[in-house]
Every structure is written in C-alpha cells, then in structure tokens.
Design a protein around this ligand. Structure first.
Ligand code: FAD
Ligand code: NAP
Length: 347
C-alpha cells in the first residue's frame, strides 16, 4: 500500500516511515505511485482540501490540455482509451482521482507546509505545517511552478473602481458579458482568457508588453509539441527552432503585423534559457486578426475607470484580469539545502 505508517505523539509530532512528499498535484501523485510500486511507503502533505488543487480550484471552466494526452499521462496508469486527444480539465481531474484511488494514495489534506529544515545531527527532515510537525529521512518537493499567482504592482491599480482578478480566480467570461476588459499578459492564460471573453461578447484589450512566440497547436494534423520532441532527438536545437518558425509563419502568417513581435531566440531555446513557454494557439490569433481582441502596448498607469498605455493611448475599462503568471512558493518554506541531505524535486 502507498500510505506510510505514521507514529504520532501528543504534541502533534508525526514520524513518517517513508519519504514526505509535499503537494498532491500530478507530480506528487506520480511520485507516490512509483514509490508504492517499489514497495516504499510515503506520505503526501497537501495544503488544500483536494488533490490537484491547481486543476480543481484555480483553472477556468473551458480549459483543455494543450498538449496531446500521451504527453500528459502519469506513469504506470494511462488515460482511459475513450478520452479525446486533448482532454478537458474535468476529464483530467477524474483521471487523477482514479489514479490516486488505484494506488491507494491518501494525502493528508489541509496541511500547508510552512517550514522544512534538515537536522544535520540526527539526519532527518522536520517539516512543519500549521498544526503538526512531520519527521522523515527524505523530503520530496512536488509543489510545482504555479503555486502562487504573480500579482504585479501596476501604478494606479488601487484606484481602479472595477473588479481586478487574477486568471487563477477566473472561471468564465459569463461574468464579463458586454464589458471592456483589460487582460494584462499574453501567455497561454492571457490568450485563452481573451478568447473566452470574446465568446461572451466582452471586449478584451490584451496587454503585450514584450515579445512572444505564438505557434499553432498542430502542424499538418500533428501536435507541434510532438513534432518538436521528435525532431530534437535527431537535429540540433537551432535547426528545430528554425523549422518550427518556418512552419508557424506559413500557417499563422507574420504575427508581428498584429502586434505580437517574435523574440530573437527560437521557441525551444527561449524555453530552455528563460523558462518562458510559447503560446500554443487555440483560436485567439484569428480573433486578434479580426480585431475582436485588441492588442495594447504596456500599461503606463491604471486610472479610476480605465488605463493609460505606453504609446499614449487611453481606454475606458470595466474590469481587469491579471494574466501575469505564477511562481513557486518553495523559497518561502524550504530552508538551506546542502549536499548531505536528501531532497528531491519531482516534475
Ligand atoms: C492554467 C494552466 C493550464 C495548464 N495546462 C497544462 C497542460 O495542458 N499541459 C501541461 O503539461 N501542463 C499544463 N500546466 C502546467 C501545470 O503546472 C501542470 O499541468 C501540472 O499541474 C504540474 O503538476 P505539479 O504536481 O508539478 O504541480 P501542481 O499541479 O501545481 O500541484 C502542486 C500541489 O502542491 C500543493 N502545494 C503548494 N504549496 C504547498 C505547500 N506549501 N504545502 C502543501 N502543499 C502545497 C498545491 O496545492 C498543489 O495541489 C498548466 C498550468 C496552468 C496554470
Ligand atoms: N490550455 C493550456 O494548457 C494552458 C492554458 C493556460 C496556461 N497554461 C500554462 O500555464 C503556465 C502559466 O501560463 P500563464 O500564461 O498564466 O503565465 P506566463 O506564461 O508566465 O505569462 C505571463 C504573462 O504576463 C505578462 N506579465 C507579467 N507581469 C506583467 C506586467 N506587470 N505587465 C504586463 N504584463 C505582465 C508576461 O509578460 P513578459 O513576457 O513580458 O514577462 C507574460 O506575457 C504556462 O506553462 C502555460 O503554458 C496552459
């Protein structure tokens, strides 16, 4: 069985027989299942009250995986055969729930790790949550790169009279019908939320302050990601990037002309060097071309009822959606790592 034997004393101090895994997202579940298969017990600590909290609590209704299912399934148990090529979020969540059930994974919910320290003298980790301390020889970090929303400090935003939400709280454009909405950020979230807003007759103004690579989700019926992964095994990265951009320009046209300037580095090189993910287009680009989504330069200042932009334009705005990305929370709770302690990051 996957669950670790726990030894708890009165002071809420818990000795865990196997590794402690922090986070019950896809990575934490996969790690626990693989350990179980090797006969190693483990304990998952999860801050929210459900598994895969990013997917259950912090994603919008219309979200679908943008990579084909074979690239997103977890080890040892694949997706059901009847799933479509791009499962939606509800299908992905149901898969993760049955995955956890299959391997008898029972995370401890409502346990937010606030501190993890390695005791060099005794040789174990002390992992503190809001009400307990867990002790184990091994610590596995599976809290992901999207643990906290990035909320930038934009001049004047506190004076804005309308609503301001981050994409992690956005569910659907139905709440923004007929509104002029400023979407700040043009990653996959900014693009997909802008597209969703169009479907509800809202008027999205999407802020693009920088360069961005937009690629078609598929090239000639095959997933762009799959093609890139296959080519990279045989060809140098720069050549694969050149090929992707050549085909992307052929399919999508020159994105510079609609205000989406491409970075100098190719999409895979940029991902490797900066971690910046290319946008996989699922329909936003054609809405940009037709003017349904308006591309705006960087924001200079937010006012009571609108925004001033770097190019001197001013627009009246009803609501703001921050599509400004996410960050890890590991630096806030994981203390000094040295070579002598066993810590693993699970991706
Ligand atoms: C909108 C959106 C769409 C995405 N779509 C795709 C996609 O189509 N394909 C793809 O491959 N990737 C996608 N991603 C990337 C996403 O990060 C991965 O799909 C996947 O969720 C990563 O799994 P993970 O387990 O590493 O992290 P997460 O899914 O983020 O899980 C981490 C878990 O750790 C918990 N946690 C965090 N901090 C603590 C703490 N201090 N104490 C205890 N628990 C904690 C969280 O509550 C969460 O349950 C998407 C991301 C976003 C934001
Ligand atoms: N369907 C899907 O599968 C799907 C959907 C959504 C997201 N995702 C994934 O989720 C992850 C996160 O994506 P994301 O789009 O939320 O975040 P992201 O890729 O980090 O993009 C954040 C965007 O916000 C901009 N930004 C940040 N601060 C800003 C500021 N102060 N002013 C103006 N713009 C600002 C960034 O611009 P700069 O580049 O200039 O910093 C960037 O355009 C990615 O891995 C993505 O692929 C997947």
């Amino acid at each position: 069985m996957g669950s670790s034997k726990l030894h708890q004393n009165d002071a809420n101090c818990v000795w865990v027989d196997g590794p402690i895994i922090v986070g019950a997202g896809p990575s934490g579940l996969a790690t626990s299942a693989c350990l179980t298969q090797q006969g190693v017990p483990s304990l998952i600590l999860e801050k929210s009250d459900c598994l895969a909290s990013l997917w259950q609590l912090r994603t919008y209704d219309r979200l679908k995986l943008h990579l084909p299912k074979q690239f997103c399934e977890l080890p040892l148990l694949g997706f059901p055969h009847n799933f479509p090529k791009y499962p939606n979020k509800h299908q992905f969540i149901s898969y993760l729930e049955s995955y956890a059930g299959h391997f008898s994974i029972q995370p401890r919910f409502n346990q937010a790790v606030q501190n993890a320290d390695y005791d060099h003298i005794l040789g174990f980790w002390r992992v503190k949550t809001q009400d307990s301390e867990y002790i184990s020889r091994w610590l596995i970090v599976a809290t992901g790169e999207h643990a906290e929303p990035v909320i930038p400090d934009i001049p004047g935003i506190n004076k804005f009279n309308g609503s301001v939400v981050h994409t992690s709280s956005y569910k659907s454009g139905s709440e923004f019908k007929n509104q002029r909405v400023l979407v700040i950020g043009c990653g996959n979230s900014g693009m997909e939320v802008s597209l969703d807003l169009c479907r509800y007759n809202a008027i999205p103004h999407m802020v693009v302050r920088n360069t961005v690579h937009v690629l078609p989700r598929e090239m000639f019926g095959f997933s762009t990601f799959g093609i890139a992964m296959a080519l990279i095994k045989w060809f140098p990265l720069w050549l694969v990037d050149k090929f992707l951009l050549l085909v992307a320009n052929f399919i999508l046209g020159n994105t510079d002309q609609v205000g989406l300037r491409r970075p100098k580095a190719g999409p895979i090189e940029l991902k490797n060097v900066t971690g910046k993910t290319p946008v996989l287009d699922v329909g936003a680009l054609s809405q940009i071309k037709s003017g349904e989504i308006k591309v705006m330069e960087g924001v200079k200042e937010i006012t009571g009822n609108g925004a001033k932009f770097m190019d001197g334009q001013e627009k009246e705005i009803d609501s703001i959606i921050l599509a400004t990305g996410y960050k890890s929370n590991v630096p806030t709770w994981l203390k000094v790592i040295t070579m002598s302690c066993c810590i693993l990051f699970s991706f």
